[in-house]
Design a protein around this ligand. Structure first.
Ligand code: KG4
Ligand code: ZN
Length: 337
């Protein structure tokens, strides 16, 4: 089976072709960072328009890269939610129409299921059951995963997502959008111990997160201190350290609660090197193992959508001739495969 995957939920146009036997046959990504940089965040209307411009040319490129024609495909999968509604509508309408024109099944995919299954694109694949930490620009969730579609939400952010907190704090430090990776780079020059920020919601039981207070603590410190490069790096270090420590504490708690020792991390923030190192150390202590996608598949991409679409198509999920973008779509409402 061979699937075309289309991702347009936010500010990246991702196209990939995934083959059950050969793996990823083509992978194309266009990032809209330059389009949104002047505004300090994603402008939904500009995102939609850019997806309109890029999606079809990238699909043509992906087919050419794989040396395939539409007759060689078995289905078309597209992100149907959650995400920005206008951006989603571009991928949904193009994906559904191509499937109709090519006489193929169309498969709507949940964006976070795509992230969650992205580690399956690697050589070292986690076995079920496991605990997944999904950390992106829009979501922070801990999920118990007993199989594809067997998702139990253990905890989530009650306010900002981890990536959002990274981006907002980076903005306060004068860094360009998206600030997460830039802040992480800046933190490399920071000195440990000069500043210490809270580990929100770790003192009481439970697996929910809250990152908006941490961002405020960083904002107060930024205002009170000088704006030398060293001070900024020290603040970036302390902020990143607090986010990572908080995530690690909750992961550990979730694993203990579930009696499991396999952890998956996915979503944009899982590209963070310090987070990966910290969770690897935690899992070593627990005699367990951590799994994550290669960095380019941590952030949004078409390969994860093609992969998740294939799993759904195999279980009989196809769309009728309509399409629906679902900007708010809970992960645990998905049916099991
Ligand atoms: O999964 P993703 O590409 O898009 C969403 O579905 O939201 O995640 C993007 C988020 C952004 O907030 C970005 O700043 C963050 O992931 N991010 C990082 C790093 N790389 C991306 N945050 C911290 N460290 C990184 N290395
Ligand atoms: Zn994402």
């Amino acid at each position: 089976m061979r699937i075309l995957g289309i991702e347009t939920s936010c500010d990246e146009t991702g196209i990939a072709i995934y083959d059950e036997e050969q793996g990823i046959m083509a992978h194309r990504l266009y990032s809209q960072i330059a389009v949104h940089a002047d505004y300090g965040g994603v402008v939904p209307e500009l995102a939609s328009r850019d997806h309109v411009r890029k999606t079809i040319p990238l699909i043509k490129e992906a087919l050419a890269e794989a040396g395939l024609t539409p007759e060689d495909l078995d289905g078309v999968a597209y992100t149907a939610g959650p995400g920005l509604v206008g951006a989603l509508l571009v991928g949904c309408s193009i994906g559904r129409s191509l499937a109709y024109g090519w006489d193929l099944p169309a498969v709507p995919v949940h964006h976070m299921e795509g992230h969650l299954l992205a580690p399956m694109l690697e050589d070292n694949v986690p076995e079920f059951p496991f605990v997944a930490l999904l950390v992106s620009g829009g979501h922070t969730m801990l999920v118990r995963v007993d199989g594809i579609g067997k998702y139990q939400l253990l905890g989530e952010s009650v306010d900002d997502a981890a990536g959002e907190a990274f981006d907002k704090t980076a903005k306060l430090l004068g860094l360009d959008y998206p600030g997460g990776p830039v802040l992480a780079k800046m933190a490399e020059d920071g000195s440990p111990g000069r500043f210490k920020f809270p580990r929100p919601m770790t003192n009481k039981p439970g697996l929910d997160f809250s990152f908006s207070g941490l961002k405020t603590a960083a904002a107060i410190t930024i205002r009170a201190e000088d704006d030398s490069a060293q001070t900024k790096a020290d603040i970036a270090y302390a902020f990143q350290d607090a986010v990572i420590d908080t995530l690690a504490i909750k992961c550990r708690r979730a694993l203990e609660q579930c009696g499991l020792n396999r952890l998956v991390i996915a979503g944009g923030v899982s590209a963070n090197t310090e987070l990966r190192a910290k969770l690897a150390a935690v899992m070593k202590k627990l005699n367990g193992e951590v799994f994550y996608p290669r960095p380019e598949f941590c952030t949004d991409n078409g390969a994860m959508i093609a992969y998740a679409g294939m799993q759904r198509l195999k279980s009989g999920v196809t769309s009728d001739l309509t399409f629906k973008a679902n900007p708010r779509w809970s992960l645990d409402s998905l049916p099991p495969v």
